[in-house]
Ligand binder design. Sequence first.
Ligand code: ADP
Ligand code: MG
Length: 246
Amino acid sequence: YNEEGFLAKDTVITVENLSKTFMVGGTPVRALKNVSFEILPKSFAIIYGPSGCGKSTLLHTIVGLEPPTTGKVYFRGHDIYQLDDDERAEFRARHLGMLYQQSLWVAALPISENIALPLIALGEPSKTALHRANHVLEELGLEEFALRKPAELSGGEQQKIGLARALINNPWLLVLDEPTGNLDTHSADELMQVLQRFHHHSKRTIVLVTHNLLYLPFATQQIYLKDGQVVDSKMVQQELSKVPVR
Ligand code: ADP
Ligand code: MG
């Protein structure tokens, strides 16, 4: 550590000896066992492994939603669990973008206003927030959806719009938990292409969790989780030519 408390290496995330045990009916379920890794700036990290191996638990722990049983999570050198619940929520709202398997919408509002909401919640004037929402939609090539209502969109379109909403606060880390899990293969490929293009031009740090190995070639870092343990973690060259085109 340097004198400001930062880790010597400029990591976005450092996970140290993380363990998480859930008590289920008096029986301990060890979801994470001594997990350690680092994620460097501009990485496209993919955490992969079979269903039930602890991927979602790991993501929740990383973003400050699930205090670990033991171990530490550092964001740019800061121990996130030194913050209280409110401070962690504020931290997420300001600095993280998140996308899950499914996105929830305010049905009555058009897409652009739905996307603007997280910024309005942060105290941004609605006009500025809406302006930013339209800008993000344009950046992702999704401007045609701005005035549509969520229910008019397919599942794949909703996930792309969900990605736009996750980027509204210009986050320095984008976290995705099986974002293609509910999609047909074509829509899933499309979402991943949008994500890949975003990574390419923004060089933002992305952490994506999936059990689908087809998208591994997008990664610059691959973390293989099995039975709650990291069994392999490596930096890799992106191999975009190996991503399936269907
Ligand atoms: P994945 O996302 O890889 O499918 P999870 O992180 O959801 O895996 O789950 C890992 C293990 O932890 C599973 O055995 C699951 O049943 C257990 N688990 C996850 N969350 C909870 C919880 N809130 N309470 C009890 N057990 C849990
Ligand atoms: Mg999961």
